[in-house]
Write a protein that binds this ligand. Structure first.
Ligand code: FAQ
Length: 311
């Protein structure tokens, strides 16, 4: 019953071949990729805001230079990913419009505030840690441009994660007040980090089809479990307590049992009602509006240059 073109496509995907921009693909495959890649790009761009908040308040010149480089990397990831999405036939203006109108999502995690310097460490450690866990398998995504973008992005995310852990290592060896600040950051960022992997498998509407198309390689719950298993020993190394009373090593499964994230909070945040949704979106729209004169200038210059060439 499957359309012959679609069968050939699926066979190529099953054989591990990459699909490239000009090749035939099912409309649903194209749409799913545009949705996921553009949301991923928006996340990188909006993701600059919580950390950008601390660039001017970093405790030392060295920390400031490192944070500046990291935030700049996120901008690069965003632009890289917009390019990957453009190969599917959507323009950057359309994607921006979807972000600014609230139609396109970006990661829930960036709707939480950064209250202390320890939050910068926690973001690197947990948020970049979760991003890597999710993005390493995306390097094997069936769509060529997305898969290649992920290879470079993952390398940079590894540096980001290390810098976050390094910030926290320094702080937990500091004064009791500094250590308490780190514990407080873990308390606030732990559950939102687990939510980055998306809803539980039984509530994940896109997973089955995305896995059949090898856009996703793992389910949301699989990656969440791997993240917990990797991160809990790191929290212990830092001398911190993970804020989950249900957390317990399970010898039989060779992993941790852990509590259920607050899914009501998650769906509330992705519906636009998290603590900083309005602030984040307004900052993006403001930046877009403030840049209008520059875009106008570029367009006017390009038109003049074309006229001169024609003359
Ligand atoms: N936040 O059916 P599923 C970073 C939505 S890392 C918001 O499971 P899917 C690096 C989902 O879109 C963060 N929305 O969906 C960085 C769908 O709604 P829709 C970005 C979420 O796509 C670090 C609905 O729920 N990483 O930026 C979230 O199969 C530090 C149903 O969900 C990526 O985007 C969420 N957490 O799986 C930057 C990775 N979870 O679209 C700065 C690529 C789910 O129908 C500083 N994306 N939703 O309206 C993916 O791997 C997937 O899209 C998932 C969701 C796993 C996020």
């Amino acid at each position: 019953e499957m359309d012959p073109q679609e069968r050939v496509f699926q066979e190529r995907v099953d054989a591990g071949q990459k699909i490239e921009p000009k090749e035939w693909m099912p409309e649903g495959y194209r749409k799913t990729l545009i949705r996921q890649i553009s949301q991923h790009a928006h996340s990188e761009i909006v993701g600059q805001l919580p950390e950008g908040n601390w660039i001017s308040r970093a405790p030392t010149l060295e920390r400031k230079a490192i944070l500046l480089a990291k935030v700049q990397d996120e901008a690069g990831h965003g632009l890289y990913l917009y390019c990957a999405a453009e190969t599917l036939g959507i323009s950057r203006d359309e994607m921006y419009e979807q972000l600014h109108s609230g139609k396109a999502k970006y990661s829930s995690i960036f709707n939480y505030p950064t209250l202390t310097w320890a939050d910068i460490g926690a973001i690197g450690w947990l948020v970049d840690g979760a991003a890597i866990m999710n993005q390493v398998p995306l390097q094997r995504c069936s769509y060529g441009p997305y898969s290649r973008a992920m290879i470079r992005i993952c390398k940079e995310e590894s540096f980001h994660q290390r810098q976050g852990f390094d910030v926290l290592m320094k702080m937990v060896k500091g004064t009791p007040a500094q250590k308490a600040m780190v514990q407080d950051a873990l308390n606030r960022w732990w559950w939102p980090s687990l939510m980055m992997f998306g809803p539980s498998d039984d509530a994940s509407v896109h997973s089955a089809q995305s896995m059949a198309w090898k856009i996703k390689q793992n389910s949301n719950d699989e990656l969440r479990q791997k993240f917990v298993d990797q991160t809990v020993p790191q929290a212990e190394y830092l001398g911190l307590t993970v804020p989950d009373p249900a957390l317990k090593w399970n010898e039989d499964k060779g992993g941790y049992d852990f509590g259920e994230p607050d899914w009501e909070e998650f769906f509330n945040v992705i519906a636009g009602n998290g603590p900083c949704n309005a602030e984040r979106l307004n900052a993006r729209k403001q930046a877009w509006d403030d840049g209008a004169w520059f875009r106008d200038g570029l367009t006017a210059y390009a038109e003049k240059a074309a006229e001169r060439r024609a003359a």
